[in-house]
Design a binder for this molecule. Structure first.
Ligand SMILES: Nc1ncnc2c1ncn2[C@@H]1O[C@H](COP(=O)(O)OP(=O)(O)O)[C@@H](O)[C@H]1O
Ligand SMILES: O=C(CO)[C@@H](O)[C@H](O)COP(=O)(O)O
Length: 475
Protein backbone atom coordinates (compact mmCIF):
# COMPACT_ATOMS: atom_id res chain seq x y z
CA UNK A 1 0.00 0.00 0.00
CA UNK A 2 1.41 3.43 -0.96
CA UNK A 3 1.80 6.13 1.71
CA UNK A 4 -1.30 8.32 2.10
CA UNK A 5 -1.15 11.61 0.15
CA UNK A 6 -3.71 13.65 1.94
CA UNK A 7 -5.22 14.13 5.37
CA UNK A 8 -6.94 11.05 6.83
CA UNK A 9 -10.68 10.91 7.50
CA UNK A 10 -12.87 8.30 9.18
CA UNK A 11 -16.20 7.03 7.88
CA UNK A 12 -18.45 4.93 10.12
CA UNK A 13 -21.35 2.64 9.17
CA UNK A 14 -23.38 1.71 12.24
CA UNK A 15 -25.91 -0.61 10.61
CA UNK A 16 -28.28 -3.21 11.99
CA UNK A 17 -25.86 -6.07 12.55
CA UNK A 18 -22.49 -4.41 13.02
CA UNK A 19 -20.46 -1.20 13.12
CA UNK A 20 -17.71 -0.69 10.56
CA UNK A 21 -15.05 2.03 10.53
CA UNK A 22 -12.78 2.95 7.62
CA UNK A 23 -9.77 5.26 7.78
CA UNK A 24 -9.51 6.80 4.32
CA UNK A 25 -6.95 8.98 2.54
CA UNK A 26 -9.02 12.09 1.66
CA UNK A 27 -6.89 12.75 -1.44
CA UNK A 28 -7.23 9.37 -3.13
CA UNK A 29 -9.98 7.41 -1.36
CA UNK A 30 -7.50 4.68 -0.48
CA UNK A 31 -8.65 2.73 2.59
CA UNK A 32 -5.74 2.88 5.01
CA UNK A 33 -7.25 0.87 7.87
CA UNK A 34 -10.54 -0.79 8.73
CA UNK A 35 -12.36 -2.28 11.69
CA UNK A 36 -15.67 -4.02 12.32
CA UNK A 37 -17.51 -5.21 15.42
CA UNK A 38 -20.96 -6.79 15.74
CA UNK A 39 -23.72 -5.59 18.04
CA UNK A 40 -26.61 -7.73 19.28
CA UNK A 41 -30.21 -7.36 18.04
CA UNK A 42 -33.09 -9.01 19.89
CA UNK A 43 -35.23 -11.50 17.96
CA UNK A 44 -39.00 -12.02 17.82
CA UNK A 45 -41.50 -9.38 16.65
CA UNK A 46 -39.57 -6.72 18.57
CA UNK A 47 -36.09 -5.68 17.41
CA UNK A 48 -34.01 -3.75 19.91
CA UNK A 49 -30.37 -2.86 20.53
CA UNK A 50 -28.88 -1.01 23.48
CA UNK A 51 -27.32 2.18 21.98
CA UNK A 52 -24.35 1.77 24.35
CA UNK A 53 -23.55 -1.45 22.43
CA UNK A 54 -23.24 0.61 19.24
CA UNK A 55 -20.77 2.89 21.00
CA UNK A 56 -18.80 -0.09 22.32
CA UNK A 57 -18.76 -1.61 18.81
CA UNK A 58 -17.52 1.72 17.40
CA UNK A 59 -14.74 1.85 20.00
CA UNK A 60 -13.73 -1.71 19.06
CA UNK A 61 -13.81 -0.95 15.33
CA UNK A 62 -11.69 2.19 15.87
CA UNK A 63 -9.17 0.30 17.98
CA UNK A 64 -8.84 -2.27 15.15
CA UNK A 65 -7.90 0.66 12.87
CA UNK A 66 -4.81 1.20 15.05
CA UNK A 67 -2.65 4.31 14.81
CA UNK A 68 -4.26 5.55 11.59
CA UNK A 69 -7.45 6.41 13.49
CA UNK A 70 -5.40 8.61 15.81
CA UNK A 71 -4.24 10.69 12.85
CA UNK A 72 -7.67 11.47 11.38
CA UNK A 73 -8.62 15.10 10.86
CA UNK A 74 -12.36 14.55 10.38
CA UNK A 75 -14.99 11.89 11.04
CA UNK A 76 -18.59 11.20 10.07
CA UNK A 77 -21.17 8.58 11.08
CA UNK A 78 -23.70 6.89 8.80
CA UNK A 79 -26.28 4.88 10.72
CA UNK A 80 -29.26 2.57 10.26
CA UNK A 81 -32.31 4.78 9.70
CA UNK A 82 -35.45 5.33 11.80
CA UNK A 83 -34.40 3.75 15.16
CA UNK A 84 -35.85 5.42 18.27
CA UNK A 85 -33.18 6.31 20.83
CA UNK A 86 -34.51 7.71 24.10
CA UNK A 87 -32.07 9.43 26.46
CA UNK A 88 -32.48 10.49 30.09
CA UNK A 89 -31.31 13.75 31.68
CA UNK A 90 -27.73 12.38 31.90
CA UNK A 91 -27.69 11.38 28.21
CA UNK A 92 -27.94 7.64 29.03
CA UNK A 93 -30.45 5.42 27.17
CA UNK A 94 -33.79 5.13 29.00
CA UNK A 95 -34.31 1.74 27.35
CA UNK A 96 -32.88 -0.14 24.31
CA UNK A 97 -33.50 1.52 20.93
CA UNK A 98 -36.50 0.33 18.90
CA UNK A 99 -35.11 -0.49 15.46
CA UNK A 100 -36.43 0.08 11.92
CA UNK A 101 -37.37 -3.61 11.54
CA UNK A 102 -39.42 -3.81 14.75
CA UNK A 103 -43.00 -4.28 13.55
CA UNK A 104 -44.77 -3.94 16.90
CA UNK A 105 -45.82 -0.38 16.03
CA UNK A 106 -48.00 -1.46 13.05
CA UNK A 107 -51.32 -0.61 14.83
CA UNK A 108 -49.97 2.82 15.90
CA UNK A 109 -48.84 3.40 12.31
CA UNK A 110 -52.32 2.69 10.92
CA UNK A 111 -53.96 4.96 13.49
CA UNK A 112 -51.51 7.80 12.79
CA UNK A 113 -52.07 7.62 9.04
CA UNK A 114 -55.81 8.12 9.64
CA UNK A 115 -55.42 10.84 12.28
CA UNK A 116 -53.54 13.18 9.94
CA UNK A 117 -56.14 12.74 7.20
CA UNK A 118 -55.02 9.61 5.34
CA UNK A 119 -52.15 8.61 3.03
CA UNK A 120 -52.50 11.59 0.65
CA UNK A 121 -52.18 14.08 3.52
CA UNK A 122 -48.98 12.39 4.74
CA UNK A 123 -47.46 12.15 1.27
CA UNK A 124 -48.18 15.80 0.47
CA UNK A 125 -46.90 17.12 3.79
CA UNK A 126 -44.16 14.74 4.96
CA UNK A 127 -43.21 13.30 1.57
CA UNK A 128 -43.88 9.75 2.84
CA UNK A 129 -46.78 7.73 4.11
CA UNK A 130 -45.03 6.43 7.23
CA UNK A 131 -44.18 2.74 7.24
CA UNK A 132 -44.06 0.83 10.53
CA UNK A 133 -40.30 1.49 10.45
CA UNK A 134 -40.68 5.25 10.88
CA UNK A 135 -39.62 6.73 14.23
CA UNK A 136 -42.96 8.49 14.78
CA UNK A 137 -44.76 5.13 14.94
CA UNK A 138 -42.23 3.84 17.48
CA UNK A 139 -42.65 6.86 19.73
CA UNK A 140 -46.45 6.36 19.54
CA UNK A 141 -45.92 2.71 20.54
CA UNK A 142 -43.72 3.74 23.49
CA UNK A 143 -46.25 6.33 24.69
CA UNK A 144 -48.95 3.63 24.65
CA UNK A 145 -47.02 0.62 25.98
CA UNK A 146 -44.33 2.15 28.18
CA UNK A 147 -45.59 5.56 29.32
CA UNK A 148 -43.04 5.69 32.15
CA UNK A 149 -40.17 5.33 29.68
CA UNK A 150 -41.67 8.06 27.48
CA UNK A 151 -42.01 10.37 30.51
CA UNK A 152 -38.40 9.69 31.57
CA UNK A 153 -37.14 10.72 28.10
CA UNK A 154 -35.27 14.04 27.93
CA UNK A 155 -33.92 13.66 24.40
CA UNK A 156 -35.00 11.69 21.32
CA UNK A 157 -32.33 10.73 18.80
CA UNK A 158 -31.75 8.58 15.71
CA UNK A 159 -28.94 5.99 15.82
CA UNK A 160 -26.48 8.20 13.91
CA UNK A 161 -27.43 11.24 16.05
CA UNK A 162 -26.63 9.23 19.17
CA UNK A 163 -23.14 8.29 17.99
CA UNK A 164 -22.45 11.77 16.59
CA UNK A 165 -23.58 13.20 19.95
CA UNK A 166 -21.22 10.86 21.78
CA UNK A 167 -18.40 12.32 19.67
CA UNK A 168 -19.32 16.01 19.96
CA UNK A 169 -21.47 16.34 23.08
CA UNK A 170 -24.07 18.16 20.89
CA UNK A 171 -27.65 17.23 19.96
CA UNK A 172 -27.65 17.33 16.17
CA UNK A 173 -29.09 15.46 13.22
CA UNK A 174 -29.09 15.93 9.44
CA UNK A 175 -31.65 16.50 6.73
CA UNK A 176 -31.32 12.98 5.25
CA UNK A 177 -31.83 10.89 8.38
CA UNK A 178 -34.46 13.20 9.91
CA UNK A 179 -36.59 12.72 6.77
CA UNK A 180 -37.21 9.14 7.94
CA UNK A 181 -38.70 10.11 11.29
CA UNK A 182 -42.20 11.05 10.08
CA UNK A 183 -42.14 14.24 12.17
CA UNK A 184 -40.03 16.26 9.70
CA UNK A 185 -42.07 17.64 6.81
CA UNK A 186 -40.30 17.61 3.46
CA UNK A 187 -42.76 20.26 2.24
CA UNK A 188 -41.39 22.84 4.72
CA UNK A 189 -38.04 21.19 5.57
CA UNK A 190 -38.83 21.62 9.29
CA UNK A 191 -40.23 19.69 12.25
CA UNK A 192 -44.00 19.37 11.95
CA UNK A 193 -45.52 20.51 15.23
CA UNK A 194 -49.00 19.14 14.45
CA UNK A 195 -47.58 15.64 13.94
CA UNK A 196 -45.46 15.98 17.09
CA UNK A 197 -48.67 17.00 18.91
CA UNK A 198 -50.43 13.86 17.65
CA UNK A 199 -47.85 11.69 19.42
CA UNK A 200 -47.32 13.98 22.40
CA UNK A 201 -43.64 14.69 21.76
CA UNK A 202 -42.17 18.10 22.59
CA UNK A 203 -39.92 19.56 19.84
CA UNK A 204 -37.58 20.60 22.66
CA UNK A 205 -36.53 16.92 22.93
CA UNK A 206 -35.38 16.81 19.30
CA UNK A 207 -31.92 17.52 17.88
CA UNK A 208 -31.01 20.57 15.76
CA UNK A 209 -31.20 19.74 12.04
CA UNK A 210 -27.90 20.72 10.41
CA UNK A 211 -27.69 21.93 6.82
CA UNK A 212 -25.67 19.84 4.34
CA UNK A 213 -22.01 20.77 4.68
CA UNK A 214 -22.38 22.21 8.20
CA UNK A 215 -20.15 20.80 10.97
CA UNK A 216 -21.76 18.92 13.87
CA UNK A 217 -18.85 19.97 16.09
CA UNK A 218 -15.46 18.60 17.04
CA UNK A 219 -14.38 15.42 18.83
CA UNK A 220 -14.43 15.78 22.63
CA UNK A 221 -11.34 14.91 24.61
CA UNK A 222 -11.02 11.49 26.25
CA UNK A 223 -12.33 9.50 23.27
CA UNK A 224 -10.50 6.96 21.05
CA UNK A 225 -10.13 9.68 18.37
CA UNK A 226 -8.03 12.84 18.12
CA UNK A 227 -9.67 15.57 20.25
CA UNK A 228 -10.63 18.57 18.12
CA UNK A 229 -11.04 16.57 14.86
CA UNK A 230 -13.97 17.85 12.78
CA UNK A 231 -17.25 15.92 12.97
CA UNK A 232 -19.52 16.12 9.90
CA UNK A 233 -23.31 15.96 10.12
CA UNK A 234 -23.43 12.21 9.46
CA UNK A 235 -26.61 10.80 7.91
CA UNK A 236 -28.78 7.70 7.44
CA UNK A 237 -27.03 4.68 5.97
CA UNK A 238 -28.84 4.80 2.61
CA UNK A 239 -28.08 8.53 2.22
CA UNK A 240 -24.46 7.79 3.12
CA UNK A 241 -24.26 5.04 0.47
CA UNK A 242 -25.69 7.49 -2.10
CA UNK A 243 -22.85 9.88 -1.19
CA UNK A 244 -20.37 6.99 -1.28
CA UNK A 245 -21.39 6.18 -4.86
CA UNK A 246 -21.24 9.85 -5.91
CA UNK A 247 -24.75 9.14 -7.18
CA UNK A 248 -26.13 11.26 -10.05
CA UNK A 249 -29.87 11.77 -10.60
CA UNK A 250 -31.58 8.87 -12.32
CA UNK A 251 -28.94 6.19 -11.54
CA UNK A 252 -30.80 3.31 -9.84
CA UNK A 253 -29.26 1.52 -6.85
CA UNK A 254 -30.26 -1.85 -5.40
CA UNK A 255 -28.77 -2.59 -1.97
CA UNK A 256 -28.76 -6.12 -0.53
CA UNK A 257 -28.16 -6.04 3.22
CA UNK A 258 -30.16 -6.69 6.36
CA UNK A 259 -32.70 -4.49 4.60
CA UNK A 260 -33.14 -4.55 0.85
CA UNK A 261 -33.40 -1.07 -0.64
CA UNK A 262 -33.91 0.44 -4.09
CA UNK A 263 -33.38 4.14 -4.64
CA UNK A 264 -32.23 6.90 -6.95
CA UNK A 265 -31.16 10.51 -6.41
CA UNK A 266 -33.68 13.04 -7.69
CA UNK A 267 -34.05 16.83 -7.92
CA UNK A 268 -37.84 16.40 -7.39
CA UNK A 269 -39.44 16.10 -3.92
CA UNK A 270 -41.18 12.69 -3.83
CA UNK A 271 -44.77 12.35 -2.55
CA UNK A 272 -46.11 8.84 -3.17
CA UNK A 273 -49.59 8.36 -1.60
CA UNK A 274 -49.42 4.58 -2.07
CA UNK A 275 -46.66 4.44 0.54
CA UNK A 276 -44.39 2.22 -1.57
CA UNK A 277 -41.83 5.00 -2.03
CA UNK A 278 -40.47 6.80 1.01
CA UNK A 279 -39.80 10.43 0.11
CA UNK A 280 -36.46 10.80 1.86
CA UNK A 281 -34.22 13.82 1.61
CA UNK A 282 -30.63 13.14 0.66
CA UNK A 283 -27.59 14.49 2.52
CA UNK A 284 -26.81 17.14 -0.16
CA UNK A 285 -30.00 19.22 -0.40
CA UNK A 286 -31.86 17.07 -2.93
CA UNK A 287 -34.04 13.94 -2.62
CA UNK A 288 -33.68 10.19 -2.33
CA UNK A 289 -36.92 8.35 -3.21
CA UNK A 290 -36.44 4.86 -1.75
CA UNK A 291 -38.31 1.63 -1.15
CA UNK A 292 -37.18 -0.79 1.54
CA UNK A 293 -37.90 -4.43 2.32
CA UNK A 294 -37.51 -6.04 5.74
CA UNK A 295 -36.55 -9.46 4.38
CA UNK A 296 -33.40 -9.60 2.34
CA UNK A 297 -30.05 -11.28 3.07
CA UNK A 298 -30.97 -12.55 6.55
CA UNK A 299 -34.19 -14.16 5.30
CA UNK A 300 -32.48 -15.92 2.39
CA UNK A 301 -29.60 -17.05 4.62
CA UNK A 302 -32.19 -18.44 7.06
CA UNK A 303 -33.88 -20.44 4.29
CA UNK A 304 -30.47 -21.79 3.20
CA UNK A 305 -29.76 -22.80 6.82
CA UNK A 306 -33.17 -24.51 7.15
CA UNK A 307 -32.41 -26.48 3.99
CA UNK A 308 -28.89 -27.25 5.18
CA UNK A 309 -27.47 -25.65 2.00
CA UNK A 310 -24.68 -23.22 1.27
CA UNK A 311 -26.13 -19.83 0.23
CA UNK A 312 -24.79 -20.34 -3.32
CA UNK A 313 -26.31 -23.85 -3.77
CA UNK A 314 -29.26 -22.68 -5.88
CA UNK A 315 -30.82 -24.71 -8.70
CA UNK A 316 -33.01 -23.54 -11.58
CA UNK A 317 -36.23 -25.08 -12.88
CA UNK A 318 -39.39 -26.16 -11.10
CA UNK A 319 -42.50 -24.17 -10.30
CA UNK A 320 -41.99 -23.31 -6.67
CA UNK A 321 -42.53 -19.70 -5.53
CA UNK A 322 -41.67 -18.20 -2.15
CA UNK A 323 -42.51 -14.98 -0.36
CA UNK A 324 -39.70 -14.95 2.26
CA UNK A 325 -41.52 -12.52 4.57
CA UNK A 326 -40.10 -14.09 7.76
CA UNK A 327 -40.12 -10.78 9.65
CA UNK A 328 -43.44 -9.44 8.37
CA UNK A 329 -42.89 -7.12 5.39
CA UNK A 330 -42.77 -3.41 4.67
CA UNK A 331 -42.78 -3.50 0.82
CA UNK A 332 -45.46 -4.65 0.15
CA UNK A 333 -46.97 -3.35 3.39
CA UNK A 334 -47.72 -6.64 5.19
CA UNK A 335 -46.39 -6.18 8.74
CA UNK A 336 -48.15 -9.30 10.08
CA UNK A 337 -47.08 -11.64 7.25
CA UNK A 338 -44.89 -14.72 7.60
CA UNK A 339 -43.12 -16.69 4.86
CA UNK A 340 -45.24 -18.41 2.22
CA UNK A 341 -44.26 -21.29 -0.09
CA UNK A 342 -46.37 -22.24 -3.10
CA UNK A 343 -46.03 -24.87 -5.84
CA UNK A 344 -44.09 -27.53 -3.90
CA UNK A 345 -43.97 -30.91 -5.76
CA UNK A 346 -42.36 -34.34 -5.17
CA UNK A 347 -39.58 -33.45 -7.60
CA UNK A 348 -38.87 -29.98 -6.19
CA UNK A 349 -35.26 -29.84 -5.01
CA UNK A 350 -33.84 -27.98 -2.02
CA UNK A 351 -31.78 -25.85 -4.39
CA UNK A 352 -34.96 -24.77 -6.20
CA UNK A 353 -36.58 -23.79 -2.91
CA UNK A 354 -33.51 -21.72 -2.08
CA UNK A 355 -33.63 -20.07 -5.52
CA UNK A 356 -37.29 -19.27 -4.86
CA UNK A 357 -36.28 -17.45 -1.65
CA UNK A 358 -33.83 -15.26 -3.63
CA UNK A 359 -36.48 -14.70 -6.30
CA UNK A 360 -39.11 -13.63 -3.75
CA UNK A 361 -36.75 -11.16 -2.06
CA UNK A 362 -35.61 -9.64 -5.37
CA UNK A 363 -39.16 -9.57 -6.80
CA UNK A 364 -40.33 -7.30 -3.95
CA UNK A 365 -37.45 -4.88 -4.59
CA UNK A 366 -37.81 -4.78 -8.37
CA UNK A 367 -41.56 -4.19 -8.23
CA UNK A 368 -40.90 -1.19 -6.00
CA UNK A 369 -38.08 0.04 -8.27
CA UNK A 370 -40.61 0.83 -10.99
CA UNK A 371 -42.28 3.25 -8.55
CA UNK A 372 -38.99 4.77 -7.35
CA UNK A 373 -37.73 5.75 -10.79
CA UNK A 374 -39.23 8.79 -12.49
CA UNK A 375 -39.78 9.44 -16.20
CA UNK A 376 -36.37 11.06 -16.49
CA UNK A 377 -34.51 7.88 -15.58
CA UNK A 378 -32.68 6.15 -18.38
CA UNK A 379 -34.42 2.75 -18.63
CA UNK A 380 -31.14 1.14 -19.74
CA UNK A 381 -28.98 2.62 -16.94
CA UNK A 382 -27.24 -0.24 -15.10
CA UNK A 383 -28.49 -1.13 -11.66
CA UNK A 384 -25.72 -0.44 -9.15
CA UNK A 385 -25.68 -3.50 -6.89
CA UNK A 386 -24.30 -2.86 -3.39
CA UNK A 387 -24.49 -4.20 0.19
CA UNK A 388 -23.14 -7.46 1.59
CA UNK A 389 -25.30 -9.54 -0.77
CA UNK A 390 -23.68 -7.94 -3.84
CA UNK A 391 -20.66 -10.17 -3.11
CA UNK A 392 -22.79 -13.25 -3.82
CA UNK A 393 -23.13 -14.82 -7.27
CA UNK A 394 -26.64 -16.14 -6.59
CA UNK A 395 -27.86 -12.64 -5.64
CA UNK A 396 -26.29 -11.07 -8.74
CA UNK A 397 -27.64 -13.74 -11.10
CA UNK A 398 -31.11 -13.43 -9.59
CA UNK A 399 -31.13 -9.63 -10.03
CA UNK A 400 -29.95 -9.98 -13.65
CA UNK A 401 -32.57 -12.65 -14.46
CA UNK A 402 -35.54 -10.91 -12.82
CA UNK A 403 -34.73 -7.30 -13.78
CA UNK A 404 -33.70 -7.74 -17.42
CA UNK A 405 -31.35 -4.79 -16.80
CA UNK A 406 -27.58 -4.49 -16.96
CA UNK A 407 -25.93 -4.55 -13.53
CA UNK A 408 -22.72 -2.97 -12.22
CA UNK A 409 -21.15 -4.13 -8.95
CA UNK A 410 -18.91 -1.41 -7.49
CA UNK A 411 -15.60 -2.85 -6.35
CA UNK A 412 -15.64 -0.70 -3.21
CA UNK A 413 -17.45 -2.81 -0.63
CA UNK A 414 -18.29 -0.58 2.31
CA UNK A 415 -20.19 2.18 0.53
CA UNK A 416 -21.99 3.48 3.63
CA UNK A 417 -18.72 3.95 5.53
CA UNK A 418 -17.06 5.33 2.38
CA UNK A 419 -19.93 7.79 1.95
CA UNK A 420 -19.50 8.93 5.54
CA UNK A 421 -15.76 9.27 4.88
CA UNK A 422 -16.53 11.34 1.75
CA UNK A 423 -18.77 13.56 3.88
CA UNK A 424 -15.96 14.03 6.41
CA UNK A 425 -13.51 14.78 3.56
CA UNK A 426 -15.99 17.20 2.00
CA UNK A 427 -16.25 19.10 5.28
CA UNK A 428 -12.48 19.17 5.73
CA UNK A 429 -11.65 20.20 2.16
CA UNK A 430 -14.71 22.36 1.41
CA UNK A 431 -15.93 20.05 -1.40
CA UNK A 432 -19.22 18.40 -2.37
CA UNK A 433 -19.01 14.90 -0.79
CA UNK A 434 -20.49 13.26 -3.90
CA UNK A 435 -17.78 14.92 -6.02
CA UNK A 436 -15.19 13.61 -3.54
CA UNK A 437 -16.56 10.05 -3.98
CA UNK A 438 -16.54 10.40 -7.77
CA UNK A 439 -12.93 11.54 -7.59
CA UNK A 440 -12.21 8.40 -5.51
CA UNK A 441 -13.84 6.21 -8.22
CA UNK A 442 -15.97 4.34 -5.69
CA UNK A 443 -18.67 3.31 -8.18
CA UNK A 444 -16.21 1.62 -10.57
CA UNK A 445 -16.50 -2.13 -10.92
CA UNK A 446 -17.37 -5.01 -13.24
CA UNK A 447 -20.45 -4.66 -15.45
CA UNK A 448 -22.79 -7.49 -16.40
CA UNK A 449 -24.92 -7.36 -19.57
CA UNK A 450 -28.69 -7.58 -19.39
CA UNK A 451 -30.25 -11.02 -19.94
CA UNK A 452 -33.79 -11.85 -21.04
CA UNK A 453 -36.17 -11.18 -18.14
CA UNK A 454 -37.73 -14.29 -16.57
CA UNK A 455 -41.34 -13.12 -16.80
CA UNK A 456 -42.68 -16.60 -15.94
CA UNK A 457 -40.97 -16.55 -12.53
CA UNK A 458 -42.19 -12.99 -11.88
CA UNK A 459 -45.75 -14.01 -12.77
CA UNK A 460 -45.60 -17.04 -10.42
CA UNK A 461 -44.52 -14.86 -7.51
CA UNK A 462 -47.12 -12.16 -8.29
CA UNK A 463 -49.76 -14.89 -8.39
CA UNK A 464 -48.63 -16.26 -5.00
CA UNK A 465 -48.78 -12.72 -3.57
CA UNK A 466 -52.33 -12.07 -4.74
CA UNK A 467 -53.54 -15.62 -4.00
CA UNK A 468 -52.06 -15.57 -0.50
CA UNK A 469 -53.44 -12.15 0.38
CA UNK A 470 -55.74 -13.31 3.20
CA UNK A 471 -53.00 -15.37 4.86
CA UNK A 472 -50.43 -12.60 4.51
CA UNK A 473 -52.71 -10.04 6.17
CA UNK A 474 -53.84 -12.26 9.05
CA UNK A 475 -52.80 -10.95 12.52
N1 LIG B 1 -19.93 -13.41 0.06
C1 LIG B 1 -21.22 -13.17 0.31
N2 LIG B 1 -22.17 -13.65 -0.52
C2 LIG B 1 -23.48 -13.40 -0.32
N3 LIG B 1 -23.94 -12.69 0.73
C3 LIG B 1 -23.06 -12.19 1.59
C4 LIG B 1 -21.66 -12.40 1.44
N4 LIG B 1 -21.03 -11.78 2.47
C5 LIG B 1 -22.00 -11.22 3.22
N5 LIG B 1 -23.21 -11.46 2.71
C6 LIG B 1 -24.53 -11.03 3.23
O1 LIG B 1 -24.45 -9.68 3.57
C7 LIG B 1 -25.28 -9.43 4.70
C8 LIG B 1 -24.75 -8.22 5.43
O2 LIG B 1 -24.78 -7.15 4.53
P1 LIG B 1 -24.45 -5.68 4.99
O3 LIG B 1 -24.74 -4.79 3.83
O4 LIG B 1 -23.09 -5.66 5.57
O5 LIG B 1 -25.52 -5.56 6.17
P2 LIG B 1 -26.11 -4.33 6.94
O6 LIG B 1 -27.42 -4.10 6.27
O7 LIG B 1 -26.28 -4.78 8.34
O8 LIG B 1 -25.14 -3.22 6.73
C9 LIG B 1 -25.28 -10.68 5.52
O9 LIG B 1 -26.56 -10.87 6.08
C10 LIG B 1 -24.93 -11.77 4.49
O10 LIG B 1 -26.07 -12.53 4.16
O1 LIG C 1 -35.24 1.25 7.10
C1 LIG C 1 -34.39 1.35 6.23
C2 LIG C 1 -34.54 2.32 5.13
O2 LIG C 1 -35.74 3.03 5.16
C3 LIG C 1 -33.18 0.47 6.30
O3 LIG C 1 -32.46 0.48 5.10
C4 LIG C 1 -32.32 0.82 7.50
O4 LIG C 1 -31.65 2.04 7.23
C5 LIG C 1 -31.38 -0.30 7.92
O5 LIG C 1 -30.37 -0.55 7.05
P1 LIG C 1 -29.30 -1.74 7.05
O6 LIG C 1 -28.89 -2.05 8.43
O7 LIG C 1 -29.89 -2.87 6.30
O8 LIG C 1 -28.16 -1.15 6.27
Amino acid sequence: MSAPEGPLVIGVDSSTQSTKALVVDAATGQVVARGQAPHPVTSGSGRETDPEKWWEALETALSQCGRAAQEAAAVSVGGQQHGLVTLDADGRPVRPALLWNDVRSAPQRDALVERLGGPEAWAERVGSVPATSFTVTKWAWLREHEPDAAEATHAVRLPHDYLTGQLTGEGTTDRGDVSGTGWWASSTEAYDEEILGLVDLSPALLPRVLAPGEAAGTVRSGLPLPAGALVATGTGDNMAAALGLGLRAGQPVLSLGTSGTVYAASPHRPADPTGTVSGFADARGEWLPLACTLNCTLAVDRVAALLGLDREAVEGGGEVAMLPFLDGERTPNLPYASGLLNGLRHDTTGGQVLQAAYDGAVFALLRALDEVLDEETDADAPLLLIGGGAKGTAWRETVLRLSGRPVRVPRAEELVALGAAAQAAGLLLGEDPAAVARRWGTADGPSFDAVKRDDAALARIADTLSGGDTLLRRH
